[in-house]
Design a protein around this ligand. Structure first.
Ligand code: ACM
Ligand code: ZN
Length: 545
């Protein structure tokens, strides 16, 4: 008997520990928020959404109503409940209340989210914070909430929580190269939706490059007719000779109407679209359309393989600046963002060295060399954009020959350029190839689709911190954030773009939002396991290890 009693108590212990463990696992599943909030406490218990649950605003205000309607739509499809939005200034049970509260203080986008067993309140000093509170709430619900198909038997519970949250960095960006391969508006919208889900706030749209100009410019129609097309495309890797081509014409560009639609869509998701118009290098497609803007006068053709090409805009010709200013005027009409990215990377100087007009410019402007000519070019474009109330971002090569006064530097060749720029008092966005180039392999290339090369696994992305140790506290303030880049030489389809971007973007989201002291890779991986189910329901083709 004694033995049986002993065995029984061991068995009870086993069962208790199993259920305890199950509870913990369930809690982990329920609180799998990414990026991890600054403070999150869960007293236990749940709030249950039902067909009577309403969304409440304290005041009738356009932008807040936009967020409320967004939430209502987000919750309606899978639940089948209507989530009616109403305006009332008194508290009531079974509501999701979105309210502005100036007493909540923190970085731009901060919010508080309180879920009790009788209702949910999201409060923030601004509407951006309300939107981020909604993103967190979404992640506290079962992943099936993302479905546009009804789940009639699902238990739509939210764990009770008290959250205060704010971003660590102001600039939380993701880039997409649509020149090397073109991506349809439907995918651009999905990309923006995924940015919003992860509380990222900048979509950097790389619209022009040697292999294709992808933006309609009314004053220069040959940009879409000629620069938007290439005769064929390289097959295989860009470093493998002999080059083999597919023989198939390739084209695509966004109309101005489509761009407006994307910008509005992004705005409703608190994402700023920053367009990039490459200059003075990576301009071969533009030169194919308007050859008089190159040093030799051409003829040129839109590039059909990958690399860095010598054909760049002539810095000696006034026509070049006239053209770019005209283009930028239309760009500014389309994109309200404070920043316009003007490229500036990888500009060989060989044509300038041989060009009489470029050499005359160097002499007339008392420049020392072609590096300073590049700086002259960038300064001049910066001054033009400044006159129109805009500021420039450029890749770190814009520092060559002297940095334009108000320029923000995007540090891609490592952190060195960014460190130097921060020490000079310039804003910096970190996007080093070593940690944030999502066109790199994420596992052993064997069995993977062809990529540019290198190796960037998820853990390495997660380990990145945008502020280098070598900066003082004052200098560190100039590091405004970080960005992941997705270059598309080897990425032809939306599905492949998703495969390269995810889940590395999910790690990036935590780099730029979560305070360093809250970051923990093991904990991240546990939350990611749950998050992947959400990505599944959203139809994201992420890399699976
Ligand atoms: C770059 O990767 N050339 C900015
Ligand atoms: Zn020239």
């Amino acid at each position: 008997m004694k033995n049986i009693g002993f065995l029984l108590s061991i068995w009870m212990l086993f069962v208790v520990s199993l259920t305890g463990c199950g509870k913990e696992q369930k809690a982990a599943r329920d609180l799998a928020v990414i990026p991890r909030p600054v403070k999150m406490e869960s007293p236990g218990g749940t709030f249950q959404l039902n067909k009577e649950t309403r969304i409440v605003l304290r005041e009738d205000e356009e932008e807040r109503k936009g967020v409320a309607n967004y939430l209502s739509q987000l919750l309606s499809s899978a639940t089948g409940y209507s989530f009616e939005v109403s305006v009332q200034d008194y508290a009531e049970e079974n509501t999701i209340c979105l309210e502005l509260d100036p007493a909540i203080t923190g970085a731009s986008g901060c919010y508080s989210l309180i879920v009790s067993d009788s209702g949910i309140t999201i409060s923030a000093p601004g509407v951006t914070g309300l939107f981020y509170g909604v993103q967190t709430l979404r992640q506290l619900l079962p992943p099936e909430i993302e479905s546009d198909v009804l789940f009639p038997d699902m238990d739509w519970t939210v764990p009770t929580v008290e959250i205060f949250d704010e971003p660590a960095f102001l600039y939380r960006g993701l880039h997409l190269d649509v020149s090397r391969h073109f991506f349809p508006v439907s995918f651009i919208k999905k990309y923006i939706d995924l940015l919003a889900l992860h509380k990222m706030n900048v979509f950097h749209w790389h619209l022009t490059d040697d292999q294709g100009w992808r933006l309609e410019i009314k004053k220069y129609p040959k940009l879409q007719e000629i620069a938007g097309q290439r005769e064929e495309t390289l097959v295989g890797h860009g470093l493998e000779e002999p080059f083999i081509y597919d023989g198939e014409p390739y084209d695509g560009y966004y109309t101005q109407e489509e761009v407006k639609e994307v910008v509005k869509y992004a705005e409703e998701r608190f994402v700023t679209v920053i367009p990039e118009i490459e200059m003075p290098g990576h301009a071969q497609a533009a030169l194919a359309a308007y050859p008089h803007l190159g040093c030799t006068g051409g003829p040129y053709r839109t590039a059909t393989r990958w690399g860095v090409f010598p054909e760049v805009f002539c810095s000696g010709k006034e026509e070049t600046f006239q053209f770019l200013e005209d283009v930028l005027l239309e760009v500014m009409e389309l994109f309200p963002s404070e920043y316009i990215h003007i490229g500036g990377d990888e500009c060989p100087k060989t044509r300038w060295e041989e060009c009489e007009l470029c050499q005359t410019r160097i002499a007339d402007e008392n420049l020392k060399n072609e590096q300073e000519l590049q700086s002259y070019f960038v300064h001049r474009i910066e001054a033009f954009l400044n006159r129109h109330g805009r500021n420039i971002i450029g890749w770190d090569e814009i520092m060559e020959g002297g940095l334009a006064s108000g320029a923000t530097v995007m540090s891609w060749q490592g952190e060195k350029g960014g460190i130097q720029a921060a020490k000079m008092g310039h804003n910096v966005i970190m996007t080093p190839v070593s940690h944030l180039y999502f066109d790199y392999y994420q596992t052993d290339p064997e069995g993977e689709p062809l990529a540019i090369g290198h190796f960037l696994p998820l853990e390495k992305v997660y380990s990145y911190h945008p502020v280098p140790d070598t900066l003082t506290t004052e200098e560190a303030k100039f590091i405004v954030g970080a960005q992941g880049n997705l270059w598309s030489e080897y990425i032809k389809t939306p599905e492949h773009a998703e495969y390269m971007a995810f889940p590395r973007v999910v790690a990036l989201a935590e780099i730029v939002w979560t305070p360093l002291e809250n970051k923990n890779y093991k904990d991240f991986l546990q939350r990611l396991d749950v998050h992947k189910r959400r990505l599944d329901v959203l139809g994201v083709n992420y890399f699976k290890d």
